[in-house]
Write a new protein. Structure first.
Length: 385
């Protein structure tokens, strides 16, 4: 019994001693926080496991050719160097069936045929001129013989010679008329063939079988053009004309193929300024090997810089504006971002050409810049990232 009482006393004494030790040592210390990087104005640090990083996208910057101007409006037309608007030089009625639209033709191909009184008259004039020449030649030879026998005077001989010269001139005139009409000198049927003057495709036709045609019609009977090569017309404001050079490369887009770009080259810059619009017309060669581009289409034209004139281009999603200045964020490392002022040389629909503030090789924040800006304000105000 005495042994049990002593054991219980020893246990209670141990508990009392433990409680006294606990009371003397005080409460347990909390875990110390990890050291934070120093706060620097214009810089943002995100924790490696921050969920905000999922909203940030970056891209490595590089130099590239860039637009010199905002896109210009233009219109696709025929290449006039490869286009012929063909009308009839004589009056007449169409016989047979004219060449159909879309028909490939070569220079000299017959487009339509006419029964033409004008051609009949030209043929008759040539035949008459030939007959008159024969008669004048015979008369001159006879006068020479008579003059040699002193049967006629010299004046009569000279008159015969003059008649022969006039007859020869009339034959040449009638012959040239037939030649201009592309009519053989032996032809005498009043028939006229209208021919193509350049190779290409029949892209317009304003005549039908049986039509009466005249040289003074307003519209050409046919338009033949090589549509493998077209022209783009654009109007450039005088303030920008110094940025356009002969041989300069352009990029063309059309509504029919919005995701494709077609190359063009500046061919001609007008020497006349339109005083009403203050613009200068520029003509550009536009290759069209597959024939998908059509005359009459509207086009958006981008004037590209030269191969040696390159700059950094960034998406506008990377830019935010405060006051009168533009800013972006650059990623210094995986968790460290720096705000950077930039100077924009040309602001387009969804991209910007940077004139100052960024260098190739830097890692640009293309999405999430506004979130980083808000985070920077929190850090500046003493909030927790």
């Amino acid at each position: 019994m005495t042994h049990k009482i002593q054991s219980k006393s020893s246990f209670l004494a141990g508990l009392l001693m433990a409680a006294l030790l606990t009371a003397c040592s005080g409460p347990a210390e909390p875990p110390r926080p990890l050291p934070q990087p120093p706060k620097v104005a214009g810089q943002v640090y995100l924790a490696a496991d921050s969920p905000k990083k999922a909203y940030i996208k970056t891209a490595r910057l590089s130099l590239s050719q860039h637009p010199l101007l905002e896109p210009l409006a233009g219109k696709i037309t025929y290449n006039e160097s490869l286009t012929s608007r063909i009308s009839s030089s004589v009056s007449g009625r169409v016989t047979g069936k004219p060449v159909a639209l879309g028909t490939p033709v070569q220079a000299g191909s017959v487009l339509l045929e006419l029964d033409s009184p004008d051609v009949a008259n030209a043929e008759a004039d040539f035949a008459k001129a030939q007959a008159d020449l024969m008669f004048a030649n015979h008369a001159f030879n006879r006068q020479q013989e008579l003059y040699a026998g002193k049967a006629v005077s010299r004046k009569e001989l000279e008159q015969a010679q003059d008649d022969l010269s006039r007859a020869s001139s009339e034959v040449r005139r009638a012959q040239d008329r037939l030649k201009n009409l592309h009519i053989a000198t032996g032809q005498s049927d009043g028939h006229f063939a209208l021919r193509a003057t350049v190779p290409g495709i029949v892209v317009e036709r304003n005549v039908t079988p049986g039509t009466e045609v005249r040289p003074d019609l307003d519209a050409p009977l046919f338009v033949v053009s090589d549509i493998k090569s077209l022209t783009v017309l654009m109007e450039v404001f005088e303030i920008n004309i110094g940025k356009i050079k002969l041989g300069q490369r352009l990029s063309i887009t059309v509504p029919a193929y919005p995701d494709e770009r077609f190359p063009a080259t500046v061919q001609y810059i007008s020497q006349v300024l339109d005083e009403n619009t203050r613009t200068v017309q520029v003509r550009c060669d536009l290759p069209n090997p597959d024939g998908r581009l059509l005359p009459g289409m509207y086009a958006n034209i981008t004037v590209e810089s030269g191969p040696d004139n390159k700059a950094v281009m960034i998406p506008l999603t990377a830019v935010f504006t405060e006051g009168n200045a533009d800013y972006v964020f650059v990623a210094l490392d995986e968790n460290h971002y720096q705000q950077r002022p930039v100077k924009i040389g040309l602001r387009l629909k969804d991209t910007a050409v940077i004139a100052q503030g960024l260098q190739p090789g830097e890692l640009l924040v293309t999405e999430g810049a506004l979130m980083l800006r808000a985070e920077e304000e929190l850090e500046t105000d003493g909030g927790n990232p």
